[in-house]
Design a protein around this ligand. Structure first.
Ligand code: BDR
Ligand code: CA
Length: 317
């Protein structure tokens, strides 16, 4: 199996991502690190431990990370309810977090892995930036970073910025220039992978607590399918799509493109500026071929393939 570490801000769709990672036989979830984003970091730790326990996961180490972005104050994503998990009334976890911080756990687990690790951040990139600056040598055992964040077209936190990048743009800029292969699973594909209402109903009726939880979580995900039959119960995979992309990269169409984060104050702060100009000739003529990070940007996704993959994985006991 592929060794993976998820850095998350659980979060309804982060929870969907964790459930998938725990149950996919081709993935070896070695650690989970938590960061402030959808809710405060202590809530993220609690939600993460609860989800792993409900999923019947073996004792995966979970560590608490940054409680605020590098520069900005912390801001929450109100769409995830008061507890950051859709207010489903889930039990408190019985497991405890690791007694080390997220950067220490990331560093330790990445270097301890017998095979290079794929890092999957589904949250603001504060922990990852701190890791890369504190332990730059860690990249030698990172296979790839597949992050949910950014957008080629429209944003969600602002007209142009996606929440994870907008929440900590400086951290995202550190990630993009890390010098490791990066896949950007941005809003353009994130929004598209939606599980139909009939399947969500089936998950919710399951005897298995982890499968049932996936159904309850999907039911609180907003979808873009208003008006379609069963649309009220349909739910987007969100962050879980980025984990599907690691388990089954053939379902994602990417292109290696220059990407820069806008750090300037003002309406474009946090935008991921993706250079889609037919290049390289045209780009070089107009901007002197400025050095920018090259990122595998997700441009298309096989929706049916990932929905099927998600369902067969979380319905596995
Ligand atoms: C991202 O923001 C969060 O609210 C979600 O969990 C996802 O990671 C989408 O912009
Ligand atoms: Ca998230």
């Amino acid at each position: 199996p592929i060794p993976v570490i998820i850095d998350c801000d659980t979060g309804v769709d982060d929870a969907l991502a964790l459930l998938f990672a725990v149950r996919h036989p081709g993935l070896d979830l070695r650690a989970v690190t938590c960061v402030a984003g959808n809710t405060g970091v202590d809530g993220v730790v609690r939600n993460t431990l609860t989800v792993l326990e409900q999923a019947g996961a073996p004792a995966v180490p979970v560590a608490r990370g940054a409680e605020r972005p590098l520069i900005e104050p912390a801001r929450r994503a109100p769409v995830h309810g008061a507890d950051g998990m859709g207010d489903l009334g889930l039990p408190a976890p019985t497991r405890a977090p690791a007694d080390v911080d997220a950067v220490t756990l990331l560093h330790r687990e990445i270097l301890a892995s017998p095979r290079p690790v794929t890092l999957i951040p589904t949250a603001p990139l504060t922990n990852i930036a701190l890791l890369l600056r504190t332990h730059p040598g860690v990249t030698r055992n990172i296979e790839r970073i597949v992050f949910m964040g950014g957008a080629v077209t429209t944003g969600n936190a602002t007209p142009v910025a996606e929440f994870n990048v907008w929440h900590d743009p400086e951290a995202a800029a550190v990630l993009l220039t890390a010098g490791v292969p990066i896949t950007m699973y941005g809003l353009d594909v994130f929004r598209r992978v939606v599980v139909p209402g009939a399947e969500v109903r089936r998950l919710r009726a399951s005897d298995d607590p982890g499968t049932r939880l996936a159904g309850e979580l999907l039911r609180c995900r907003p979808t873009a399918q208003a008006g379609a039959p069963g649309a009220e119960e349909a739910g987007g995979l969100g962050d879980a799509g980025a984990v599907c992309a690691v388990a089954d990269p053939a379902g994602l169409t990417t292109r290696l493109l220059p990407v820069e984060v806008c750090l300037a104050p003002g309406p474009a702060r946090g935008q991921t500026v993706v250079d889609l100009r037919p290049g390289p000739g045209e780009a070089e003529v107009h901007d002197g071929g400025a050095e920018r990070a090259l990122v595998d940007v997700a441009l298309d996704v096989d929706v049916d393939r990932y929905v099927k993959l998600y369902l067969e994985t979380v319905e596995r006991p």
